[in-house]
Design a protein around this ligand. Structure first.
Ligand code: GLC
Ligand code: CA
Length: 573
């Protein structure tokens, strides 16, 4: 076995992050909207998870056409969330607790209510005229969120480009003044003490000269070849990198639809401008482009995506690991099973937290929150879900269309955090701004704090194990039996130490094969997601028998539904 070289220990590599989407996290001032007062009160909880940092989805002033991703002032806090002073309090307290804080930098577009856009639309001869992308005639691009990518502006008498919603005009990054603005914004937050940025759709900021027509008949993404990884992307990101280099911070780029090959250019070599990237391949094991086309979940596809990224960046770059964020439905409802809720919720944790990279956990993921299924499309609030419903697959009957929204809506990730079993799930004392998932009495922090074997406590165990093991942090990644349709098995190895992580994605008992190198060896069981509770704890005879049968199968090497186990092996010379 080859000795892995330990790569330079940049601090972010040993960390894990918790993502907070403030509007739905905790309401501190009783208006039904999550805010920074609520965040402040929950910082100890965040710390207790064993994470080392927080990523805040945008908390700046915004008309909320895309819930914060349409920014109207980059240097302030949304009044719903508090004030700059309150943010500073949160930042200081987080730092006291040893938590880093990274901000969302959304610079592909602004809100149409940003003062730059208000000026720009006034005419062609004002200082902000070229801050956005204006044309007399639109090309054929579609937007990702709302019909065509061009909107006619009466005041200016021209069309502006918006790759996302109409209220999110794209900035013209070819204009050096715009890039200067971005650098100033970065400095503003870095000087305040934040530790880095998650950079929104950063691979879209440079558009191909002349904005050529895209692929006809391909809905939504037809223009992507001309705005993804555009001609000046590395040059512009290089400029932003220089700012970051003046501070001890890191940059994490969101790269929708990015390929490993293009990601390598951002993450390694002379064009390295980012420390990590959020890739999307592994989020498409049950769909294409997250919202548009659904297909049955394929474990083989998921494993292929995981392994592709692990291998491609090994020893050269660094992965950002995630299974959930504010843009994706809940993972148990997708890749796991709501029926085997605890089992699959814990197994999914082990399926990604021990890969090489920096893990991100999204609020509510750690307690196993699941998708919400609202009765009518009118109850949904996310612009992309609404467009999806009214634009695609129009021939389907309304029931099927609504089912598609149940499967795909980003709103499932945005329901209020479930803190306890009291009214409004302990999120707020008044009626929350959005629907609480009806399962909150069973799925909530308080309940799980008191349960040794809860999903919450399993996340804690995983993070602790990862943090204390050089092998799990830096070891080599190897996958076994990639074609197996029920088991995901991967290894992390460093020197003589190996961890074998085995995850069953099956509802039935399955017996995983043992890799050749471990035959005849006994590993130490470090973690298992099935409780070792005494069989008759609750006095149920049937359950007692059931448990014994399960124990027996377990002993014969069978994995129970969605079981996961982590073994540690010490190899001989
Ligand atoms: C990113 C964000 C998403 C947002 C989009 C446009 O994908 O994560 O929430 O809607 O960019 O800013
Ligand atoms: Ca509030």
């Amino acid at each position: 076995m080859t000795e892995q070289k330990i790569i330079k220990r940049d601090w972010y590599k040993e960390m894990s992050f918790y993502q907070i989407w403030v509007r739905s996290f905790a309401d501190g001032n009783d208006d039904g909207i999550g805010d920074l007062y609520g965040v402040y009160d929950k910082l100890d909880y965040v710390k207790s998870l064993g994470v080392d940092g927080i990523w805040f989805s945008p908390i700046y002033p915004s008309p909320n056409a895309d819930f914060g991703y349409d920014i109207s002032d980059y240097r302030d806090i949304h009044p719903d969330f508090g004030t700059l002073d309150q943010f500073k309090k949160v930042l200081n307290r987080a730092h006291e607790l040893g938590l880093k804080v990274i901000m969302d930098l959304v610079v592909n577009h602004t809100s149409d209510e940003h003062p730059w856009f208000k000026e720009s639309r006034k005419g062609r001869d004002n200082p902000y005229s070229d801050y956005y992308i204006w044309r007399d005639k639109p090309n054929n691009w579609d937007s990702l969120f709302e019909g065509k990518a061009w909107e006619y502006d009466e005041e200016r008498g021209q069309y502006y480009l918006h790759i996302f919603a109409k209220k999110q005009p794209d900035l013209n990054m070819d204009n050096p003044k715009v890039r200067q603005e971005v650098k100033d914004i970065m400095r503003f937050w870095l000087d305040m003490g934040v530790d880095g940025f998650r950079e929104d759709v950063i691979n879209f900021i440079s558009k191909k000269e002349g904005l050529p027509n895209g692929i006809p008949f391909l809905p939504a993404v037809n223009g992507m070849p001309y705005y993804k990884d555009g001609p000046h992307i590395h040059e512009y990101l290089g400029e932003f990198r220089k700012v970051c280099d003046e501070y001890d911070c890191f940059q994490l780029g969101e790269g929708p639809m990015t390929t490993v090959k293009s990601a390598q250019k951002y993450l390694t070599g002379p064009t390295k401008s980012l420390d990590m990237m959020f890739s999307f391949d592994h989020m498409m094991a049950d769909c294409l482009y997250t919202e548009y086309i659904h297909r049955p979940f394929s474990l083989v596809k998921l494993k292929k995506a995981f392994t592709k990224w692990q291998k491609a960046l090994s020893g050269k770059g660094w992965n950002a690991l995630y299974l959930e964020n504010h843009d994706h439905p809940r993972i148990i409802s997708r890749y796991g099973s709501e029926h085997f809720w605890r089992e699959s919720g814990t197994m999914l944790a082990a399926s990604y937290l021990f890969q090489q990279g920096t893990p991100f956990i999204y609020q509510g993921q750690e307690i196993g929150m699941t998708n919400i299924r609202l009765m009518s499309i009118d109850q949904y609030v996310d612009v992309s879900s609404i467009t999806n419903y009214y634009t695609y697959h129009l021939k389907e009957d309304p029931e099927r269309r609504l089912k598609r929204i149940h499967l795909s809506s980003r709103d499932s990730a945005r329901t209020p955090m479930q803190w306890d079993g009291s009214e409004n799930a302990g999120f707020s004392r008044v009626r929350p701004w959005f629907y609480v998932n009806p399962n909150y009495k069973r799925v909530n922090v308080k309940e799980e704090e008191n349960d040794r074997d809860s999903i919450l406590n399993f996340y804690r165990k995983c993070l602790m194990l990862r943090k204390n093991s050089k092998t799990l942090l830096y070891g080599k990644y190897t996958e076994y039996f990639p074609k197996d349709k029920s088991i995901y098995m991967y290894e992390r190895s460093l020197g003589k130490e190996c961890y074998l992580i085995i995850c069953s994605f099956s509802r039935l008992p399955v017996k995983p094969s043992k890799p050749e190198k471990y035959r005849g060896m006994h590993g130490k069981l470090m973690l298992c997601n099935y409780p070792k509770a005494p069989a008759d704890e609750k006095g149920h005879f049937a359950q007692h028998i059931q448990n014994e049968i399960e124990e027996l199968e377990h002993k014969k090497g069978y994995f129970r539904p969605y079981e996961t186990r982590v073994y540690r092996y010490e190899l001989k010379d």
